[in-house]
Design a protein around this ligand. Structure first.
Ligand SMILES: NC(=O)c1ccc[n+]([C@@H]2O[C@H](COP(=O)([O-])OP(=O)(O)OC[C@H]3O[C@@H](n4cnc5c(N)ncnc54)[C@H](OP(=O)(O)O)[C@@H]3O)[C@@H](O)[C@H]2O)c1
Length: 357
């Protein structure tokens, strides 16, 4: 099969623009073990974590495929020993620990979801990572309830567009930060938009729950924006990893601050999240109350271009990569790709450079 291989990354002087160099390359086919299925990938979703992996700042967890890609949609081609509930030919989408940027990927059966009715197979690649991240943090961690108020940072992101729709479907009032040019899109999803470049969100919102992707620079104002008994859930640190915390204000508000990552969770926790998403979120998608927000699709061999688009942040919602159709000769040759540009998210520990420079 072919996959997008990271041939150079952060610390390698050859890596284009420090964003890593991606190459569509022939690699060994993966084989499913017990409890796993093999999926022929139709489309893969792009996530900011993929950019960080390409730049060498977010290595895959042990046992994960080395190729980027945290979610995909496709057809099951092989079912491993002991798997029940899935058959070859089933159209599915899946939460991956990596490897979605490939023609085939192996995934534990517990991380596979059916394609929700009403969603096209290739569009379903936009759902697993954002659905599992948003549901696990807003419902499991923050206990978001209908009639509560949610503040989402980065409302136009893949995560943000899903979080707005999910919270609106629950019955919440939603505020979301974004640059002014993206306000129409997030207002259409049901959120009140706040221009983070010109307004102080802490003066606009009294929130029961804040879903944050910025980290350090927003910590004080996120706490200020919380109501008594409010919950702040941090899932990214795009602005920085460190900040001073006013414990007095936290005590006075009886506030809770949590921080999570999905990718590194053990399989049992991921399985519980996937099951919860199937039970609580998929019906909302099938009712049309949540839809995949897809900014643009690109061919999978052009993953570097998708990374460039995400780096410049001109998108609203998801970027998807379409796998070449079987037998598409034009897409089977090994293809060099340019770098994806810098992916700076200091929220993740930087691993050492792969080789001395
Ligand atoms: N912990 C986890 O398990 C987990 C899982 C998935 C994703 N995440 C995190 O969630 C975040 C979104 O991921 P994604 O893949 O959806 O990325 P994405 O689509 O590229 O979104 C990034 C967003 O950040 C926004 N942004 C940048 N600076 C901002 C600021 N100062 N205030 C408010 N918003 C700002 C951008 O909005 P503008 O264009 O308007 O600036 C953009 O919409 C990333 O930080 C990612 O690491 C975490």
């Amino acid at each position: 099969m072919h996959a997008i291989v990271i041939v150079a990354s952060f610390g390698d002087k050859s890596a284009a623009a420090d964003g890593g160099e991606l190459r569509w390359t022939e690699v060994d086919d993966p084989e499913p073990g017990a409890g796993e299925v093999l999926i022929d990938v139709v489309a893969a979703g792009v996530n900011r974590a993929d950019l960080m992996q390409a730049s060498g700042r977010y290595p895959p967890p042990p046992g994960a495929p080395p190729y980027p890609g945290l979610e995909c949609a496709g057809r099951i081609s092989v079912v491993g020993a002991g798997v029940t509930g899935w058959e070859p030919g089933d159209e599915v989408c899946a939460l991956l620990a990596g490897g979605g940027y490939a023609e085939r990927v192996v995934v534990p059966a517990a991380c596979v979801l059916p394609v929700p009715r009403g969603v096209a197979l290739a569009d379903a690649a936009a759902l697993p990572e954002v659905a599992c991240t948003v549901w696990s943090n807003l419902r499991m961690v923050a206990g978001l309830k209908s009639s509560e108020t949610l503040l989402v940072h980065g409302g136009a992101s893949g995560i943000g567009t899903f979080a707005i729709q999910y919270a609106r479907a629950l019955g919440c009032e939603v505020f979301a930060t974004a640059r002014a040019g993206k306000h129409a899109a997030i207002t259409a999803l049901g959120a009140t938009a706040i221009d983070y470049e010109t307004e102080d969100f802490a003066e606009r919102v009294d929130a029961d729950v804040v879903l944050d992707i910025i980290g350090g620079p927003y910590l004080a104002r996120n706490l200020a924006a919380l109501k008594t008994n409010g919950r702040l859930v941090i899932i990214g640190a795009q602005g920085g990893r460190t900040a001073e915390l006013d414990l007095g204000l936290m005590l006075a508000k009886r506030a809770t601050i949590a921080a999570t990552t999905l990718r590194a969770r053990p399989l049992g926790e991921k399985a519980a999240i996937v099951a919860g998403v199937r039970e609580e979120v998929w019906p909302l998608v099938e009712q049309g109350r949540i839809r995949p927000v897809i900014h643009r699709r690109l061919p999978l061999p052009d993953a570097a271009e998708a990374h460039r688009v995400m780096t410049e942040s001109s998108h609203t919602g998801k970027l998807l990569l379409d796998a070449p159709a079987a037998g598409d000769a034009s897409a089977t040759g090994d293809a060099p790709a340019t770098g994806g540009g810098p992916a700076r998210e200091p929220g993740w520990p930087a691993p050492p450079p792969r080789r001395a420079t």
